[in-house]
Design a protein around this ligand. Structure first.
Ligand code: FCB
Length: 446
């Protein structure tokens, strides 16, 4: 058995997002988010469920915080539902603010550090009606949400995530149509959306710094490992490099280098907003750390038929897969190592990593041994990267509870704790006890 020991003070946490856990999306003056509207449209969510109740965290957060304490978590990452706080442009809903203040207080009382995500894949319908993140005005709206949060929670919250996964929001919303607004192959809006989210990140960091607040602020990047389907085929290699630049470089380069990767620029430059050159110097603002959300490797093949990208995803028949993605722990090591070698070794946190299991026939699956194996292998990869000099300071597991997994709905479960979506009973799975031991030992065995 091999043991990986983490540096003293390594932050152990779990992560979640508002629409996925809270439920009560319209309570106490909240207005609808695009996800609320989307999930109530037929055919958008694979199992036909929605986030109307989810984990009922809106009413049960104290109970959930007690679970965190029991597990020994040092930190909890959660997002705010924008529509609870800003019911219309310029307005502030005090009841929404008070919900998050109570949550923060209860975390602090339990000795759990709150990490707040300002934007996690959901926007209010009023913003979408104005064109959402396709339009540049969205940047100002998101920055004013941040200003409200800094002012009203900033005395107690010292860790911020500006934007979660800009590339995923843009790609799923405007390319595959699996997320709201549900558009397909809308290439120009896709790049406008991602660009505006990155610009908003930079301005949120600037606003936070201008307040002279102490703590940390960064963006959570969906890092994926892109590989050629056939490494000996130069066209597959080119396809993988393009996808790597589009999914990783096009988020990290503007933040760290103030530029856009060349290969990607050649392919899609004409679709980027005309303000790009003007914006890039301003976008060069990483914050104080990089957040890494890592789940999987994607293999790509060159394709004549795919316009612009000339690449398609390929599932190797012999590659180990979870219910959603290819399992490839080494990708996490390589991403962290690349941050060290190519991006100046910034402080970083794993802001998400986790394993999906679908329950068959509704029978509770409390023995989630495959999840433990996945998590242990990925933690060992983090340990290897740290041993090689990467400045990785913490790990947030997705997720504490089974919750609403976006377009997969309630049946794709990521929790350490099982949620019974009828009774709202929480039951520890095997992985919950395992994670408790990892935290206590500050080490993982494989
Ligand atoms: C990430 C999202 C998160 C969750 C996990 C499984 O892409 O940021 O909300 O759904 O995937």
């Amino acid at each position: 058995m091999a043991r990986t020991v983490f540096p003293a003070g390594f932050t152990w946490g779990t992560a979640a997002a508002a629409y996925q856990v809270e439920g009560s999306p319209l309570a106490d003056g909240a207005v609808a988010s695009t996800w609320h509207e989307f999930t109530h449209r037929r055919g958008t969510v694979r199992d036909g469920t929605n986030g109307d109740v989810a984990c009922d965290h809106y009413h049960r957060f104290s109970e959930d915080v007690a679970q965190m304490r029991r597990m020994g978590l040092a930190a909890y990452r959660f997002s705010v539902a924008w529509g609870r706080i800003v019911p219309s442009p310029g307005a502030v809903n005090e009841k929404g603010i008070s919900f998050y203040q109570r949550m923060v207080d209860s975390l602090l009382e339990a000795g759990v550090e709150p990490w707040v995500t300002i934007f996690h894949l959901e926007e209010p319908v009023w913003l979408a009606r104005q064109g959402g993140f396709e339009k540049r005005s969205s940047v100002d709206h998101l920055v004013s949400l941040g200003e409200i949060l800094f002012a009203r929670l900033g005395d107690r919250v010292h860790h911020w995530i500006t934007v979660n996964e800009p590339s995923v929001y843009a790609y799923q919303g405007y390319m595959t149509g699996e997320f709201p607004p549900g558009r397909k192959f809308a290439v120009r809006p896709l790049f406008a959306c991602q660009h505006h989210l990155l610009l908003a990140h930079a301005r949120l960091c600037a606003a936070w710094e201008a307040r002279g607040m102490d703590g940390m602020i960064g963006l959570a990047h969906h890092a994926l490992w892109a590989a050629p389907a056939r490494p000996q085929d130069p066209r597959d290699c080119e396809a993988a490099m393009v996808m790597d630049e589009l999914s990783n470089g096009s988020v990290l380069d503007p933040l760290v280098r103030g530029s856009y990767p060349q290969r990607a620029l050649r392919r899609v430059g004409r679709f980027l907003p005309r303000t790009l050159d003007h914006d890039l110097p301003e976008m060069r603002r990483m914050g104080t750390y990089i957040g890494v959300n890592y789940y999987a490797r994607y293999a790509y093949r060159w394709s004549r038929f795919m316009p612009i990208l000339h690449s398609t995803e390929y599932h190797a028949p012999d590659a180990p897969r979870s219910a959603m993605w290819e399992i490839y722990p080494d990708g996490l090591y390589r991403i962290l190592d690349r941050l060290r070698t190519d991006y100046g070794n910034p402080p970083c946190f794993i802001t998400e990593n986790g394993f999906p299991l679908a329950e068959k026939g509704g029978a509770p699956a409390l023995d989630d041994t495959p999840r433990i194996a996945y998590l242990a292998d990925h933690l060992a990869a983090v340990g290897r990267a740290i041993a090689g000099g990467a400045d990785c300071r913490g790990y947030f597991l997705w997720s504490l509870l089974d919750n609403f997994e976006w377009n997969y709905g309630l049946s794709m479960r990521f929790g350490l704790i099982r949620t019974d979506f009828v009774t709202q009973e929480r039951t520890w799975k095997k992985s919950a006890g395992w994670y408790t031991d990892v935290i206590r030992a500050n080490a993982v065995d494989q």
